[in-house]
Design a protein. Structure first.
Length: 292
């Protein structure tokens, strides 16, 4: 297993982690500069942040700093109630692939969606099997496109508490079943993003990481699970402040040959987003070296 204690060369910052500084929105160019100043070598930005600053601006800035993208957040949200909705999702996902390509991301992360309308507060139906079928079909269609521009797709299984509104793919096993079906040749075009927040509890986690193997382990997201958790979405903990045995999981990843970045992804309305982003980034570096 790689020794992280000496430096932070394998640290990536998911830019949602410093989306706000002292409670105020922080523009992506400032986030990028703050990361580069600290010798952070990789980031994973969100589409809305990139759109606000302009894709060309961000692309040039990332290249000027020599930063890598451990991923691009995010595509997905495939389910819809009708053909028009499915087509809109398809087109938007193709644009996400194109943006990821322009930014030279390692992968496009897919949060696949749940019941249509649930994210806005009213689910259009209760048929989660139908959503899962649309997710499968949506990924299959997107894969045809993403292969042509060589942008790997990383399915991110989300904790089951998000099954209705964000992702009806909830375990590594489920995600890997889709990979096996759609990319049986293990081409590298389709894999998984392993986010410890979502999968740490899974009794099959070690087994499924081994099943994934190096070809399908495309990203590794870290934060911590706080007890109690005050908010289902925006109360993620800093590594070391919760109950997840992060080094153990990283060890399982690396036993398969994973040698990518550990990407810190923290959504924290009540704590980290209220602090100064410089303090947050410095803490990420310290914890990356000490407890990841
Ligand atoms: Zn994640």
């Amino acid at each position: 297993m790689r020794d992280f204690s000496e430096d932070h060369r394998w640290l990536s910052i998911n830019t949602a982690t410093v989306r706000k500084s002292r409670g105020v929105d922080l523009p992506l160019p400032e986030i990028i500069d703050a990361c580069a100043r600290r010798g952070i070598r990789a980031i994973s930005p969100w589409r809305d942040q990139v759109a606000a600053a302009g894709l060309d601006t961000i692309s040039a800035q990332v290249k000027a700093h020599g930063l890598e993208l451990s991923g691009y957040c995010r595509g997905g949200m495939f389910p819809a109630v009708d053909a028009g909705g499915l087509a809109a999702a398809r087109d938007d996902n193709r644009r996400a692939v194109d943006e990821a390509r322009e930014l030279d991301a390692k992968c496009l992360v897919l949060v696949v969606g749940g019941l249509p309308g649930a994210l806005a507060g009213k689910a259009a139906h209760k048929d989660i099997a139908r959503s899962r079928a649309q997710v499968r079909d949506g990924i299959a269609e997107l894969l045809d496109y993403s292969r042509t521009v060589r942008m790997p797709l990383a399915i991110e299984p989300l904790h089951p508490m998000y099954a209705a509104d964000r992702a009806c793919v909830n375990t590594m096993e489920q995600a890997l079943d889709i990979c096996d079906e759609l990319d049986p040749g293990r081409s590298g075009a389709l894999g998984v993003a392993v986010d410890v927040y979502h999968v740490w509890w899974d009794p099959k986690l070690q087994q499924q990481i081994a099943r994934a193997g190096r070809d399908r382990l495309l990203a590794f997201h870290v934060c911590d699970w706080l007890t109690p958790t005050a908010d289902l979405l925006n109360d993620r903990g800093m590594m070391g402040d919760g109950v997840i045995d992060i080094p153990r999981i990283r060890g399982w990843m690396e036993a398969q040959g994973f040698a990518g970045y550990s990407e810190v992804e923290i959504f924290s309305t009540a704590n980290w987003w209220r602090r100064d982003h410089g303090e947050v980034l410095d803490t990420c570096i310290q914890r990356h070296q000490a407890v990841v």
